[in-house]
Design a protein around this ligand. Structure first.
Ligand SMILES: [Zn+2]
Length: 276
C-alpha cells in the first residue's frame, strides 16, 4: 500500500475511491472475516446525503481518499461499524492507519479554523490546496503538525521507563515530550529527560517516527545513552520511573506504537548473556 498525501479538489461527483468517514472520533470500517477495511464509494453511496464536510486528502494505490464526517445520529450502513480510531491501531493495515490519522487530523483542523485567528473573520476552504484562508485579511492556515520527541534511554543492559499521570492503564513507557519553539530535536531530548527524571543523556540517535493523530502530533523517536545523574521524578508529569532489563520489563505500550518499537529494539539488542 502506497499513500501520497496530495490535495484533491472534491467535486459534486467524486471519483471512485476510499472513504474515511468519522462520527466523532470513530471511523467507519467494514469487517470481513479477520480483516478490517475502509469502505469504497459504492459501500457508502447511501451516506452521501449525510456527510457534513468532505476533503480530498491524497491517493492510496492511485485511488483518491476522502475524509468526511457524519452527525452522531447517523447509523452505520449494514455490514459496517463506527470504531474508535485508537482501537484500530494494529488492526488496520499500517499505511491505511496513517491515512485514517491524516483524515482525522484534517477534519479536526478544519473544525478548529472556521474563524480567522488574526481578524476573527469567517474563513473559507481553498480550492487549490488543503488550507483555509480569510477573505478579509488573507491569513492562510494549513493542517498543523506538532512535533514531539520520544526516547529510549539506555544504561548498559537497562532501559529507562516511566509511568505518566496521563497514561490510561498501568503500563510504563519511554519518555516523551513536545518540542519547544526554537529547539532542536537533540536539545529537546536532553531537556525532557532532565526535566522529567533528572538524568543526563548523550549519543542521541534518530530511530524513526510515527504520526500520532491525537490530535495532531508527530512522534520522532530517538535512542540515547545514560551520561549521569540519579532518577528524581517530576511528580507533576511522572508517577514512577526506573531502570529495567529485558527480563524485568513491566507492562509496556501496545503493539503498533513507536514506544513499543523502541522497547522491542532495546530487547533485541540487549539480551542478557545466556549461561551455559
Ligand atoms: Zn482574517
Amino acid at each position: 500500500m502506497d499513500f501520497v498525501p496530495v490535495f484533491l479538489p472534491v467535486t459534486k461527483q467524486p471519483e471512485d475511491g476510499w472513504w474515511f468517514i468519522f462520527c466523532g472520533d470513530k471511523l467507519l470500517v467494514k469487517e470481513e472475516k479477520t480483516d478490517v477495511l475502509i469502505p469504497s464509494s459504492t459501500d457508502v453511496s447511501g451516506l452521501m446525503m449525510n456527510l457534513i464536510s468532505t476533503h480530498g486528502i491524497g491517493r492510496l494505490e492511485g485511488k483518491p481518499c476522502y475524509a468526511s464526517e457524519v452527525h452522531e445520529e447517523v447509523s452505520a450502513p449494514t455490514g459496517m461499524i463506527f470504531q474508535g480510531l485508537r482501537s484500530l491501531l494494529g488492526h488496520l493495515d499500517e499505511e491505511v492507519f496513517l491515512v485514517a490519522g491524516r483524515a482525522f487530523q484534517c477534519l479536526g483542523w478544519d473544525k478548529d479554523h472556521q474563524y480567522c485567528g488574526k481578524c476573527g473573520g469567517r474563513t473559507e476552504l481553498r480550492l487549490d490546496e488543503l488550507a483555509r484562508s480569510c477573505p478579509a485579511c488573507g491569513l492562510i492556515s494549513h493542517p498543523e503538525v506538532t512535533p514531539a520527541v520520544i526516547v529510549a534511554v539506555i544504561r548498559g543492559e537497562e532501559i529507562l521507563l516511566a509511568r505518566s499521570h496521563r497514561f490510561q492503564g498501568s503500563f510504563f513507557s519511554v519518555l516523551a515530550g513536545f518540542v519547544e519553539a526554537g529547539e532542536t530535536f537533540e536539545r529537546c531530548v536532553k531537556r525532557e529527560v532532565r526535566e522529567e527524571v533528572a538524568i543526563e543523556v548523550d549519543n542521541i540517535r534518530y530511530f524513526g517516527s510515527q504520526p500520532w493523530p491525537f490530535p495532531h502530533s508527530l512522534m520522532v523517536g530517538f535512542t540515547a545513552e545514560y551520561a549521569g545523574g540519579e532518577i528524581s521524578i517530576d511528580d507533576k508529569e511522572i508517577s514512577e520511573a526506573g531502570w529495567f532489563t529485558a527480563e524485568t520489563l513491566p507492562e509496556v505500550p501496545r503493539t503498533g506504537t513507536i514506544a513499543r518499537r523502541l522497547i522491542e529494539w532495546f530487547c533485541d539488542n540487549h539480551k542478557p548473556e545466556k549461561s551455559v
